[in-house]
Structures are given as C-alpha cells and as structure tokens.
Design a protein around this ligand. Structure first.
Ligand code: FES
Ligand code: FES
Length: 153
C-alpha cells in the first residue's frame, strides 16, 4: 500500500493507505485525531471541517493522496498549549455548544472566516454552511462577533 506524509497540528505523520481513502479516515482511524466529526461523508454537513494550508476544507471528500506534503490543522491544533484560540474562548463565553457534535467543525469554519474577514457581517457569518441539528446558530453568530472583538483587542 502507498504511504502519504503530511503535517497535522505541527507534527509530520505518515499513513499507509489507498490513495482514495478519505483524509477524514486517515485522521480519525489511522491517527486517532477524532476532533473532525463524521456526519454525512458527502460535503454537506461540514461536521468534519478542518484546515489545509490555513484554509477550511472537508476531509470526508478529500482523498488522502491530496493532502500529501500539506499542512493540516484540526480542532486539536487550534490552542497554543494551554492558551485557547480567541474563537474557542468566545465559544465558552457564549456557551455555544449543545450536544457538541458539530462544534469542532463550527469553530474551524469560524476561524477560517475570521482569518479572511476580521469583522464579518451577519450575512457573512450566516453564509457558513455548517449544519447544527441543535440549532445553535444564534449563539454561533454571537460567538463569532465576540471572537472578532477579542482578536482585535
Ligand atoms: S462529514 Fe459531512 S461534510 Fe464532511
Ligand atoms: S450542538 Fe448539537 S449538532 Fe450542533
């Protein structure tokens, strides 16, 4: 079987996998990185949202061969040691999570948005496509606005 090397959360890893194995399974099953969640497997729910080279991507529809040589960040790699990322801090302040299942993906989508758009409008926030079965959208919006403040201060 071929092997693929890439960086995850600052660490270089190598996995042994068929080229078309979804990167989500390389992360979760081969590397034990379970922050990115499986919801649909077809790029609809966005529960698996992580970053590749600093941009949001959905590893459930990205073959492992495509991430070779690239830099992947999952929710596990967002904090700086014990210091939470401002988006994580804002999430706690606003008590966003309900069941929690979609939340790693929501946070990674929010970080990607704020990187591109430091002061997003409601419409820009609402354009995030991550699905939440618990309906936390209002608190997600409040938390993104709070994170934007924290990141400016
Ligand atoms: S699991 Fe639904 S978009 Fe990846
Ligand atoms: S918090 Fe339950 S699915 Fe979003």
């Amino acid at each position: 079987m071929p092997t693929y090397s890439f960086t995850v959360n600052g660490e270089t890893v190598t996995v042994d996998a068929p080229a078309d194995l979804p990167a989500l399974w390389a992360l979760r099953d081969k590397l034990g990185i379970t922050g990115p969640k499986y919801g649909c497997g077809i790029d609809v729910c966005k529960a698996c949202t992580s970053h590749i080279d600093g941009e949001a991507f959905n590893p459930c529809v990205t073959p492992v061969a495509e991430i070779a040589g690239r830099e992947v960040t999952t929710i596990e790699g967002l904090a700086d040691g014990d210091v939470l990322h401002p988006v994580q801090q804002a999430w706690l302040e606003q008590d966003v999570a309900q069941c929690g299942y979609c939340q790693p993906g929501q946070i990674m989508a929010a970080v990607a948005l704020l990187r591109r758009t430091p002061d997003p409008t409601d419409a820009e926030i609402d354009a995030i496509e991550n699905v939440c079965r618990c309906g936390t959208y209002f608190r997600v919006r409040q938390a993104i606005k709070r994170a934007a403040e924290l990141m400016r201060s």
